[in-house]
Ligand binder design. Structure first.
Ligand code: AMP
Length: 216
């Protein structure tokens, strides 16, 4: 199965993609995580990536497409994969079409998670994650049971994303509106788009996605 998760920053793409990845045993490919990995290695490309990410802008298509093209050729993607944060521009969507065609594969569904901007701001403002196992937390909605200790792995270090600062978040919303939202009609025309209401709880959204996947 090949799935795409689409939605603005903070909609819950990563959380829901992880859920399906575990339930169906298919890999989750988060371009955000891959690019953060490139930044931490401090390569030449990593520096260019960091400049764009710090501004809340999209990273150049050629870089992101290259990263995905290489990754989907790995053996663990043979069963399928879930794209979380890719494609984000029409050029990336077209590049993905070509990659899949060349491999004789096709997209099963694009899940749009729709959330109002006011709610997105609340979610992003308080989010942080475990520095060891990447489990996600939130200052208000989802605190660790014991303050300062990760529920999942017992880790003590937590991180907040640099680009979750409000000035940067505004630019990320703008990038979504201008560059990514045009993908919705692109996939709708092909009959693969399924939209779920992301204003519900994590469990309810997961249920809505499970229902949507029954229709593919
Ligand atoms: P995310 O973790 O998905 O919110 O992505 C964080 C940042 O990584 C974005 O604001 C972009 O700067 C960059 N990024 C992630 N995926 C892409 C993509 N498909 N195309 C361009 N930039 C991306």
């Amino acid at each position: 199965m090949i799935l795409i998760f689409l939605g603005p920053p903070g909609a819950g793409k990563g959380t829901q993609a992880r859920h399906i990845s575990e339930a169906k045993n298919i890999v989750q490919l988060s371009t955000g995580d891959m690019l953060r990995g490139a930044v931490s290695k401090e390569t030449k490309a990593g520096k260019e990536v960091k400049t764009a990410m710090d501004k809340g802008a999209l990273v150049a298509d050629a870089i992101v497409v290259g990263v995905i093209a290489e990754r989907i050729a790995d053996p663990d993607c043979a069963n399928g994969f879930i794209l979380d944060g890719f494609p984000r521009t029409l050029a990336q969507a077209e590049a993905l079409d070509h990659m899949l065609e060349a491999r004789g594969r096709s997209l099963d569904a694009v899940i749009e998670i729709r959330v109002e901007e006011k709610e997105l701001v609340k979610r992003i403002a308080g989010r942080f994650s475990c520095g060891t196992c990447q489990a996600n937390y939130h200052d208000i909605f989802n605190k660790p049971q014991k303050e300062g200790i990760c529920d999942k792995c017992g880790g003590h270090t937590f991180i907040r994303r640099q680009d979750d600062k409000m000035e940067t978040v505004k630019a990320r919303f703008e990038a979504y509106r201008l560059q990514t939202a045009p993908l919705l009609p692109y996939y709708e025309k092909r009959g693969v788009l399924r939209t779920v209401d992301g204003m519900q709880s994590v469990e309810e959204v997961a249920g809505a996605i499970a229902e949507a996947l029954k229709t593919i």
